[in-house]
Design a protein around this ligand. Structure first.
Ligand code: 13P
Length: 366
């Protein structure tokens, strides 16, 4: 789009030099400005616009003037002092302004329906995989092809502690963020083997996964510990990716709603609204983690909508802006269907995050 703006401006400027008419420069600047506004509005409020639709918008703004508006204006302006060039300039302006008006009006309607576009996030939880060199290689590969995915998708990678620093260094200058998979419940001191949130933040990490089902299940993490970890994360400006989810038994007994509700009430409800506004939630059906089983898109939407309802009961409208990610055997082949659901704002990816191509492929699901 930006090239269309530049190109149009250049064409008009060139013509204006040839005709030595100052009004041509005026048209060129006006049209370039209108195109720029079309671009800004479309990007801000219509981030789902894909390449073919862009083509349509540009064609409407460029071609229609010639086909429809041009002869119309020519017919209306019979006066000799109006040259063909002026008619062309005016018809371009009329058409670009119409396209802009349509975009502004639809933006207002669109904005009313969805209070604010939630962040789209694809986060990779590498778990206890990759040696430092492999992790750096993986990060490099993700960065190398990142441009193939819409920049509206926020990518986060969460490597093991041992190579956080190297991965942060590798991803410097890219928009890919780095997170840790856990942090200590205490600030510092005699806690052998623990890693403090302040240490993670000092490395340049911006996120931390907390309450992952594997930590709850194998390391006995409880809501009590998680409250302390959350406090540490916020105190060190780390954004927590707080995980909730039920196991197979709980789902089969129909307790999945109650389990997720309790995991939220016991931890998230202790946050201030300001803290909550920075939070990311991940719903992970434990029965679908690393098993190849996936919740259906409808199952995911059902529980995501429920989680948002629980959040709304405490934080009101702020709940509309909280990203809720889906985690559980998410792959490039099923991401699009799951991400299309209204309350699914991305994914927390395990196995598929270990291959750059698959990880980025999931991002293309938006
Ligand atoms: P899988 O994508 O391997 O099922 O793992 C999901 C997960 O646990 C992400 O944290």
């Amino acid at each position: 789009m930006i090239w269309t703006v530049i190109l149009t401006a250049v064409v008009f400027m060139t013509l204006s030099v040839e005709h030595l008419a100052p009004e041509w420069i005026f048209y060129a600047v006006c049209i370039a400005l209108l195109y720029m506004l079309i671009y800004i509005f479309a990007r801000q409020f219509h981030s789902k616009i894909k390449a073919p639709q862009w083509g349509l918008i540009i064609a409407t703004a460029c071609v229609v003037p010639q086909m429809v508006v041009h002869p119309l204006i020519q017919a209306l302006m019979t006066d000799e002092e109006y040259t063909g060039g002026q008619v062309m300039g005016i018809s371009f302006m009329v058409c670009s302004a119409t396209v802009l008006l349509i975009l502004v009006i639809s933006s207002l309607i669109f904005k009313k329906k969805r209070p604010k576009m939630r962040k789209k996030i694809v986060a990779g939880n590498w778990k206890m995989n990759t040696l430092p060199a492999e992790g750096v290689e993986l990060a490099k590969n993700v960065a190398a092809d990142r441009a193939s995915v819409c920049e509206c998708v926020n990518f986060i990678v969460c490597p093991p502690f041992t190579h956080l620093s190297q991965v942060v260094e590798t991803l410097k200058g890219t928009d890919i963020k780095v997170g840790a998979q856990n942090c200590a419940a205490e600030a510092k001191g005699a806690y052998t083997g623990e890693v403090a949130a302040s240490m993670i933040a000092a490395l340049g990490c911006e996120y931390v996964i907390l309450g992952h089902s594997e930590r709850r299940q194998y390391y006995g993490e409880t809501s009590q510990t998680l409250n302390k970890k959350m406090e540490q994360a916020y105190a060190n400006n780390l954004v927590p990716i707080y995980c909730v989810g039920e196991n197979l038994e709980e789902r089969e007994a129909g307790n999945h709603f109650a389990v997720c509700k309790a995991q939220i009430e016991e931890v998230v409800f202790n946050l201030t609204e300001e803290q909550f506004r920075k939070l990311v939630i991940a719903y992970e059906p434990v029965w679908a983690i690393g098993t190849g089983k996936t919740a259906t898109a409808d199952q995911a939407q059902e529980i995501h909508a429920y989680i948002r309802e629980v959040l709304r009961s405490k934080f009101g409208a702020a709940a509309e802006e909280c990203p809720i990610l889906y985690g559980g055997s998410c792959k490039p082949s099923n991401a699009a269907e799951i991400f299309a659901k209204a309350d699914v704002d991305g994914g927390l990816i395990g196995g598929a995050a270990l291959k750059a191509e698959d990880f980025l492929g999931i991002g293309k699901g938006f």
